[in-house]
Design a protein around this ligand. Structure first.
Ligand SMILES: [Zn+2]
Length: 134
């Protein structure tokens, strides 16, 4: 596919990686193998509505490459304009797409919906508060 406006560029996002790790830890998402999830920023995407998306190395590519599942969370330019709360919700949303099996597939938006994201976000906020006071 040819991009209309300039080239797509990807950069590692160590700041978002650190925040994702904190979220994984506080929410006890033990099925997420954090060392096999990478956060990246992308620039130059023509997608205006998308804030972030979750990518996976699917089963066939895992077999072809003789490796295990790997996920990447892409944060588009719009992400950095969001409030801290909406950014955290977005990270939680993308993490929720990763299934318990960590097998290279996705959980879909019947599960990854506003209501479930809000529930986990509440849990995250509560544990964050506890971790400040203990
Ligand atoms: Zn989603």
């Amino acid at each position: 596919m040819r991009q209309k406006r300039g080239k797509l560029k990807y950069e590692p996002a160590p700041d978002l990686q650190a925040r994702m790790l904190q979220i994984i830890r506080l929410l006890e998402l033990s099925h997420v193998r954090a060392e096999r999830v990478k956060c990246l920023r992308s620039f130059g995407s023509s997608s205006h509505r998308t804030i972030a998306r979750c990518h996976a190395l699917g089963k066939l590519m895992q077999h072809a490459m003789e490796t295990n599942a790997f996920y990447a969370i892409e944060f588009l330019e719009r992400f950095d304009k969001l409030s801290q709360q909406d950014q955290d919700k977005t990270i939680i949303h993308e993490l929720m797409h990763i299934p318990k099996s960590f097998g290279g597939g996705f959980r879909h938006h019947d599960f990854v919906c506003g209501e479930n994201v809000d529930l986990l976000y509440q849990k995250f906020e509560n544990s964050l508060r506890k971790s400040w006071f203990c």
